[in-house]
Design a protein around this ligand. Structure first.
Ligand SMILES: [Zn+2]
Length: 296
């Protein structure tokens, strides 16, 4: 059994579980979001102590979300993965209890029906595969792995460096070769995968990036993926990530998304947000802040 409880939130009839993988190290913030300097962070006292420490160091996590919707067992993003060879020491050769946590939350890997990949970056596709007898095999053998067609096609035409090639080799291609990868067309208005489950195009971080919207009995939640990495970006939507493929589009996406969420009941679930991870977007100064909603 995992050492700590599995947090969850209620959205109408749905229960959304957070499956923790690892906290990201303190050096992640300054590298990933260089605009979020300690001075910028210090001015947003609502970020402390949950989302930043007293010195203005941002807290970021790696986790997935899992839920059952009308019998469909869904996992959103698959973290960094165990035993992957990665240049970043924080991502290299992890040995976490992620599969045990999934199982404890009620999602043994062979029962997952649908894996939604917000985009194809190494910290979102890692548990797509696991090592068995020296080979990378799909962790979720009965699942359809869905990503936007624009995302798959972008990387197919991209001159990948060795690190990215390696990631595709161990975490994307084995799923594709097994016939489990299902690229879908996501129109500008979003794609309904099932009643209450929608992919929302949120390009910029990557061209085919999608957020995931859940609706049940009039309640809505939105899983960010990486269109927002950290709550500091609610106060400063112009702060982008160093790995955004198109920084201007990323900012425009963030501004439009936050404007659409402000003062609504929508529960924002951050893919890299440290606990409490979730909240509502409320106006604050000339932008927004997150009003946290604590997990059960
Ligand atoms: Zn990420």
């Amino acid at each position: 059994m995992p050492s700590t409880p599995i947090p969850s939130w209620t959205v109408g009839d749905l229960t959304v579980h957070r499956i923790d993988e690892v906290p990201l190290p303190p050096a992640t913030g300054p590298w990933l979001l260089p605009g979020a300097t300690p001075e910028v962070v210090a001015r947003q006292d609502w970020l402390r102590p949950d989302f930043a420490d007293a010195d203005g160091v941002l807290r970021l996590d790696s986790h997935s979300f899992a839920f059952v919707l009308d019998g469909l067992r869904v996992l959103v993003d698959t973290g960094i993965g165990n035993g992957k060879e990665r240049a970043d020491p924080a991502w290299h050769d992890l040995r976490t209890d992620y599969p045990e946590r999934l199982t404890a939350a009620g999602f043994p890997p062979d029962t997952v029906d649908l894996v939604l990949l917000t985009h194809l970056h190494a910290d979102h596709v890692g548990w797509n595969t696991r090592k068995a007898d020296g080979a990378w095999v799909p962790t979720f053998p009965h699942a359809r792995y869905v990503t936007a067609r624009a995302e798959r096609e972008f990387w197919a035409g991209y001159a990948m460096d060795e690190a990215r090639t390696q990631m595709f080799r161990d975490s994307v291609l084995p799923v594709e070769r097994a016939g489990l990868l299902d690229p879908v067309d996501v129109p500008a208005g979003g794609l309904e995968l099932a009643p209450g489950l929608r992919l929302v195009p949120t390009p910029g971080h990557t061209p085919g990036h999608v957020a995931v919207e859940l609706t049940s009995r009039g309640r809505t939640a939105l899983i960010t993926g990486d269109c927002v990495h950290h709550p500091v970006q609610l106060a400063h939507p112009a702060i982008g990530a160093c790995v955004d493929i198109d920084p201007r589009q990323s900012e425009a996406t963030r501004r439009a998304l936050l404007a659409s969420l402000a003062d609504t009941d929508t529960l924002l679930l951050g893919t890299h947000f440290a606990p409490p991870t979730a909240g509502r977007v409320v106006p604050h100064g000339d932008a927004y802040r997150l009003r946290p909603v604590h997990a059960a």
